[in-house]
Structure formats: structure tokens, C-alpha cells
Design a protein around this ligand. Structure first.
Ligand code: GMT
Length: 375
């Protein structure tokens, strides 16, 4: 098939999923056209089946806000017409689903009919989408997509609860590419971070408020009182400063390293013993899946879709949001005994295998076929 993919081209989970999906579809023989405002962060791969169309957003002194939606809709019309695409797959409802609807109507005026699949990723429903001002547009564009998927059962339920949805919503979970994410032996790196063979704990995120990065520091503070350990904080975002400040206040900075944005995240995960994800909202938890694929167990909150990924007492543990003591207790339980740690590492990897790209890709492919046939 010839498929157009629209996403936010950043390090955010929705952009990562969209890009990895496009790369995998291209490797499977589909012709993939990324239509984004800059080159997707994970589009680090060349294939004869991959195309990238940049959406240039005009800046005029008259505009207080750049007209991204109009520029994207025009680009979609152009690419669908001239590349003869069979389907548009847009990631993140706001504004991509409504823009795709607009493009579809414009294309219909040329006698071209292109079905649209929308994938809901999380904050487009749970935080941003719930904002009353967006509700009519989000509801309309979900109901008028030709196919809609969510990345977990929980997100599907939240979508149906929060909006008046009149159509089917299919669950297709996040996936992981094991050719990239697997445990790599990096002993020299491990020794550099933990010279006294301390345990290595890791958190990766975009440091937005929902990630509760200060809770990561609080949990680490408690773990470190019992088990000598180091904490790696990977990523960057609005909460980084407050998080660093708290590490200083709790006097753990000498054991915490803020590494900023990192491309080779699998290398850092490979030396880690435990992943912390105390988020207050998480539709799936792709970062936790990436850790599990590298044999790293997860101590997380039980919000959103996390219980569909992290099996309590098996691949890690789940606690209520904000339960710092509970998360620290679980982390210590996993880390204090080498044999037990190994059991959790193996179980985390086994669980991640259930989300192998080779299992999830066919779900998207058959859904596309279904949607194209029905349209
Ligand atoms: O987690 C983020 O802040 C990024 C966010 C996004 O919208 O790009 O990620 C969301 O989509 C990911 C891919 O489907 C999910 O794995 C994340 O759980 C989800 N984040 C939230 O729901 C907070």
C-alpha cells in the first residue's frame, strides 16, 4: 500500500511509534510517505520505500499563531493527489485528525477518496483532549475517521467515557523492535557509572509534569538509604530544573546524573537494573517497554494502560500514583537480592516479547486493509 503518515516528529512517544511503524511498513514493502513539519527524530534510516515531505508553515507579521493546520491540510492534499496514496494514518488527534478530515473533503472535490486512520496516543485524550474547548473538534474528527485505534484498552475506555463516540475503536498496543532494543554488554560504561558495583536505576521521559520526575528523586532517595545505587535521568523538559533542585535538597545529587536527551537509549538501558515510571497519566508506557526489552524490570504507578504492560509481581510492580514508600519498598525488594533481580529481569524481557514488532505490525496491516475495503 501507499500510506501517508502524519505525526509530531519529536522524541515524544506518539512520534516514535509513528516513525518506527513507518520504517517497519517500508521494510515490509509498503511505500511510506512521512508528512511532518520536520524530519522525524527516529527517521535515521534510508529505504527506497521511504519518503519525507516537509510541511513548511508560513510566518507573517499578521499571524500571532502560525497556520500549521492549513499548511498541513494543503500538504496532505498535494501529497495524496500526486503520490496517489491509498490511506492516511494520522497520529495524535489534535490537530491531526481534524486536519485529515479537512484534507479528505478537499480531495473529494477532485474526485479522490482517501480513507483516514487516526491513532490516539494518550494526552490527546486524557489531558489536552478533555479540555472543553477542544471537545467538539476531537469528538467530530474521531467519529469521522474511517478507522480509529488506541494504544491500550484503558485509553479506549477513557475515549469512550470522555467523548460521545459513535464508531468502533480498535486497540493496537505499542510495540518494540528487538533488533534495536536488546541487552548490549557495556561493562566499561557500567563501571564508569557505578565503580563500586552499585545498582543502576534509570528514568527516561520528556520531564513533563505528568511524568512526576520529582517522585523519581524521592523514590531514589529512599532506595539509596538501603541499597548503594546510582540514578540516571535521561531526557529533558519543563520539570528538569525543579527535579535537579530536589536532588540537591535531598542531598543525593552526587548519585544522580542528568544525561539530557540521548539517541542511543538502548545502550544506557543495557547497564540498568531498574526502571522507575511514577507517572500520573500514561496511556501505554512505551519508555517502560523499551526498558523491559533490555531486561530491565519496572516499578511504576498503576495509572492508565500501565497494568496492561507491567505485570505486578512479575515484570516489576505497580503502586498508586504518589505512593513513594510503596514504590521504594518494591524497588528495594527487587534490587536487594541478586537471584531475585535476575528473575525479574528475565520476566521483564519475556513480557516485552509479547509486544514484539513482528506481532503488532500485522495488526496494523490487516486493519488498513479492512478500512480501505470498507471505505
Ligand atoms: O508520554 C509522553 O509525554 C509522550 C506521549 C505522546 O503523546 O507523544 O506519549 C504517549 O504516547 C505513547 C505512544 O503511544 C505512549 O506509550 C505514552 O504512554 C503516552 N503518554 C501518556 O499518555 C502520558
Amino acid at each position: 500500500m501507499k500510506i501517508g503518515i502524519v505525526c509530531y516528529p519529536t522524541f515524544g512517544g506518539s512520534g516514535v511509534v509513528a516513525t518506527e511503524l513507518g520504517k517497519a511498513l517500508a521494510s515490509n514493502g509498503h511505500e511510506i510517505h512521512f508528512i511532518t513539519y520536520s524530519q522525524p527524530a527516529r527517521l535515521d534510516f534510508f529505504s527506497e520505500n521511504l519518503y519525507y515531505h516537509e510541511v513548511a508553515v508560513a510566518q507573517y507579521p499578521l499571524f500571532d499563531f502560525s497556520p500549521y493546520e492549513s499548511a498541513l491540510a494543503s500538504k496532505l492534499v498535494d501529497v495524496v493527489r500526486f503520490e496517489k496514496l491509498d490511506l492516511l494514518h494520522v497520529h495524535y488527534a489534535i490537530p491531526h485528525a481534524s486536519v485529515a478530515y479537512l484534507a479528505k473533503q478537499i480531495l473529494a472535490s477532485y474526485g479522490i477518496h482517501v480513507p483516514v486512520v487516526t491513532t490516539l496516543h494518550g494526552t490527546d485524550i486524557t489531558l489536552v483532549g478533555k479540555d472543553k474547548s477542544f471537545n467538539p473538534v476531537v469528538t467530530f474528527s474521531i467519529n469521522h475517521s474511517d478507522g480509529v485505534t488506541t494504544v491500550s484498552e484503558n485509553l479506549r475506555e477513557q475515549t469512550l467515557e470522555s467523548f460521545e463516540i459513535t464508531r468502533d475503536v480498535r486497540v493496537i498496543p505499542n510495540f518494540i523492535d528487538f533488533s534495536r532494543f536488546h541487552n548490549k554488554k557495556r561493562e566499561h560504561f557500567k563501571r564508569a557509572i557505578a565503580p563500586e558495583d552499585e545498582r543502576i536505576i534509570i528514568h527516561t521521559s520528556n520531564f513533563r509534569k505528568v511524568k512526576n520526575t520529582q517522585d523519581v528523586i524521592r523514590i531514589f532517595h529512599k532506595i539509596n538509604e538501603v541499597i548503594p545505587s546510582k540514578l540516571l535521568m535521561v531526557g529533558d523538559g519543563p520539570e528538569r530544573r525543579n527535579t535537579e533542585e530536589l536532588a540537591r535538597q535531598l542531598d543525593v545529587s552526587q548519585n544522580v546524573r542528568f544525561l539530557g536527551k540521548q539517541d542511543a537509549i538502548e545502550e544506557i538501558l543495557s547497564v540498568s537494573d531498574l526502571f522507575l515510571m511514577p507517572s500520573s497519566s500514561e496511556s501505554f508506557g512505551l519508555a517502560a517497554l523499551e526498558a523491559m526489552a533490555c531486561h530491565v524490570p519496572v516499578v511504576s504507578s498503576n495509572t492508565g494502560g500501565l497494568p496492561e504492560l507491567n505485570i505486578n509481581g512479575v515484570s516489576g510492580f505497580l503502586s498508586d500514583i504518589g505512593d513513594i514508600d510503596g514504590m521504594a519498598k518494591h524497588a528495594i525488594h527487587i534490587l536487594e537480592d541478586c537471584d531475585r533481580l535476575q528473575v525479574f529481569k528475565d520476566a521483564a524481557f519475556a513480557r516485552a516479547k509479547e509486544f514484539d514488532l513482528s506481532r503488532i505490525l500485522p495488526l496494523y496491516e490487516s486493519y488498513y486493509e479492512e478500512v480501505v475495503k470498507a471505505a
